[in-house]
Ligand binder design. Structure first.
Ligand code: A2P
Length: 341
């Protein structure tokens, strides 16, 4: 068992990479040597970690000698190319990209839902573990304890996804367009084809023949894999909204077994990784700003689905907000690494 693994952060100059470092430091994750990797563009850049200055190196096939844990967030093509190389030389990879999520034999892990699937993987002995899509993680932290209690039969989710999910460039686009519009100038669309500031649009991932975009399908198939049950019926509509860094989701649930809003609320309050904000009297419920910078997924609007009354089915609606860069990405990956320690 390694007490202080040598750690590489791949994609360290990106929005998630930066958060990896913040979370490792906050949680006092034990680190032997630290290696910071990004593309050639960033090689030589200086980054501070816990009072020490580190130089960013270019990611190459030789980057992983002596590395025990590699946290990847540099996009799926970099993961496809370099994660197997890292694993081959003994680095255990936690990969935030979509490259290996649906690969048989590669665990796809939300610690609150399926921590048991990483049994047998040891730091410094290679292996790849996939971090789920941010919207899937933020959905499954609150829905898994309800599923354990009353078995979800069908789930309908609509997302309100922030800029951070599309990386640093998207955050900059939202920032600059907002300034341009307020200054009375035409907003410049560099990353997204449509105006982002003061607007919203269907998620910017590819649309398939059946009309679903890939983000929506990730929420469906990743949930099946994490819960180990393909029979659960899930449909999703994913939308990008002009919010900087936390995703929100409206989730309608239909259950096999009896459950109501009171039991659901008690269950959620007792579950790990969740803060319930559900103040009907004052109309105070989770917002993405509340969730920004927080570890917990915030849950509110917990209510019986009135459309199911009288038909013998149990339905609930909830509204959740979670920091996409933290629990939706870097925090979940670091929690996986902590399980390996
Ligand atoms: P760089 O800053 O040098 O381009 P984001 O998701 O915020 O856009 O960040 C992506 C991260 O992944 C950045 O750190 C970026 O580095 C890094 N990255 C992207 N492509 C590659 C690649 N081919 N090799 C190494 N790092 C990459």
């Amino acid at each position: 068992m390694l007490s202080a693994p040598n750690v590489a952060v791949v994609g360290v100059t990106g929005a998630v990479g930066e958060e990896f470092l913040a979370i490792l430091a906050e949680r006092n994750f034990p680190i032997g040597d630290l290696k910071l990797l990004a593309s050639k563009r960033s090689a030589g850049k200086k980054i501070e970690y816990q009072g020490k200055i580190f130089t960013v190196e270019e990611l190459t096939e030789d980057s992983f000698d002596g590395v025990d844990l590699a946290l990847f967030s540099a996009g799926s093509s970099a993961s496809k190319k370099y994660a197997p190389v890292a694993s081959e030389v003994g680095a255990t990879v936690v990969d935030n990209s979509s490259a290996f999520r649906m690969t048989d034999g590669i665990p796809l892990v939300v610690p609150e839902a399926n921590a048991d699937t990483i049994k047998g993987i040891e730091l410094g002995k290679g292996g790849i573990i996939a971090n789920p899509n941010c919207s899937t993680i933020i959905m499954l932290v609150p829905v898994t304890p309800l599923h354990r209690l009353a078995h979800v039969k069908r789930m309908v989710v609509s997302t309100y996804q922030s800029a951070s999910g599309a990386g640093r460039a998207a955050m900059m686009e939202l920032d600059s367009q907002t300034r341009q519009v307020l200054d009375g100038k035409p907003p410049e669309c560099k990353l997204f084809p449509q105006q982002y500031a003061f607007n919203l649009f269907s998620h910017n991932s590819d649309i398939g023949e059946e009309g679903y975009n890939t983000e929506e399908l990730k929420m469906v198939y990743e949930t099946h894999k994490i819960w180990g049950d393909d029979s659960i019926k899930i449909t999703a509509t994913c939308v990008r909204v002009p919010v900087m860094r936390a995703h929100s989701e409206s989730i309608n649930l239909e259950f096999e077994d009896p459950i109501d809003e009171k039991i659901a609320s008690e269950t959620l309050k007792a579950a790990p990784g969740i803060t319930v904000i559900d103040d009907r009297d004052n109309n105070r419920f989770p917002t993405p700003l509340d969730a920004s910078g927080k570890d917990d997924v915030l849950v509110g609007r917990i209510r019986n689905d009135i459309s199911r009354e009288g038909d013998g089915a149990c339905g609930l609606d909830i509204f959740v907000c979670g920091d996409q860069l933290r629990k939706g990405a870097a925090l979940n990956a670091v929690q996986i690494a902590e399980l390996l320690l």
